[in-house]
Design a protein around this ligand. Structure first.
Ligand code: F6P
Length: 323
């Protein structure tokens, strides 16, 4: 019988986390389950910083970016001492379920936490990168790609006016999904992502052969690409093709903020709602995700295995459509 649960957000924040917290609290409240929220991710578990979350505590947050619980990438949690402290606080609270909203690092943390504690933990995928096994969409991804596309559309206006090349760097340390989707949607001319071996020489020869009728050229690069980032790429292009007028734009953390999109709010609500139902139905150490419109629980061990999630067909399509 689940009577009391804890919830926390961990790792990089992402738009839609608040909608997920709201769904968790409202579902728990409906089933007469008490909820406490730990602040600042695993830091709050270690320091026992928490707030009771009631029905009203989550009013007026569904449309807001960020996370009302705040978040952190906790270094202390990676130490034995920090982990033990967090485990001992969980026992003190006598909670019989924990919901963690975060990315793969957060779920690795959940596995460590559960080692020796044996408390049911369910995860909700929260990261703009969409790089988790076990779900088609992570919370934050849809909003982030829409932010990127809006930004590139604006960059396109100025690029066209000046006949310029722009190298636009987007987020994604280990994953190029934000870059791929936004490149397709913004009609970008080239893409560099960590999952695909890139050849800068080929990029330069492609640039030299671009039709002169193309007045603007947008190259989207994921921050984790091995080519060394947008400035390095721009430098190589300028060196090999000195006539090109080239600028760099690094979109940075604007990609993590903003009001969540409609799809984000709905998906975040679905996974938050099912996280609570899952705990009640005996799910443990699994992440709740959405695959082909169905709710799916996947064990954390599978979720944290970063696999290549890039569809080569989409990459090829981009090449054809931008030719
Ligand atoms: O994991 C989400 C993410 O936004 C990545 O795309 C990016 O590399 C990283 O977080 C940046 O993290 P921070 O805000 O801690 O620098």
């Amino acid at each position: 019988m689940i009577k009391k649960i804890g919830v926390l957000t961990s790792g990089g924040d992402s738009p839609g986390m608040n909608a997920c917290i709201r769904a968790i609290v409202r579902t728990a409240n409906y089933h007469h389950i008490e909820v406490i929220g730990f602040k600042n991710g695993y830091e709050g578990l270690i320091d026992n910083v928490f707030v009771p979350l009631k029905r009203e505590s989550v009013s007026g947050i569904i449309h807001k970016g960020g996370t009302i619980l705040k978040t952190a990438r906790s270094k202390r949690f990676m130490t034995d001492e920090g982990l033990k402290q967090a485990q001992s606080n969980i026992l003190k609270h006598q909670i019989n379920g924990l919901i963690i909203i975060g990315g793969d690092g957060s779920f690795k943390g959940a596995m460590a936490l559960n080692n020796g504690l044996n408390i049911p933990i369910v995860g909700c995928a929260g990261t703009i990168d969409n790089d988790l096994v076990g779900t088609d969409f992570t919370i934050g991804y849809d909003t982030a790609i829409n932010t990127v596309v809006e930004a590139i559309d604006k960059i396109r206006d100025t690029a066209e006016s000046h006949d310029r090349i722009f190298v636009v760097e987007v987020m994604g340390r280990d994953a190029g999904l934000i870059a791929l989707r936004s490149a397709i949607a913004s009609g970008a001319e080239a893409l560099l992502i960590p999952e695909i071996k890139n050849d800068l020489e080929m990029l330069v020869s492609k640039i030299k052969n671009w039709r002169s009728s193309k007045s603007s050229k947008i190259i989207v690069v994921a921050e984790g690409d091995e080519a060394g980032g947008a400035y390095k790429i721009a430098e190589v292009i300028k060196r090999e093709s000195p006539d090109s007028d080239i600028r760099v734009s690094i979109l940075g953390h604007i990609q993590r903020g903003g009001n969540p999109s409609c799809m984000e709010r709905v998906n975040a609500s679905i996974v938050g709602y099912h996280a609570v139902l899952g705990l009640q139905n005996g799910e443990r150490n699994k992440m709740v995700g959405i695959i082909n419109n169905a709710v799916v629980f996947t064990p954390f061990e599978k979720v944290v295995k970063h696999i290549d999630t890039i569809d080569p067909g989409l990459e090829k399509m981009l090449e054809v459509l931008s030719s």
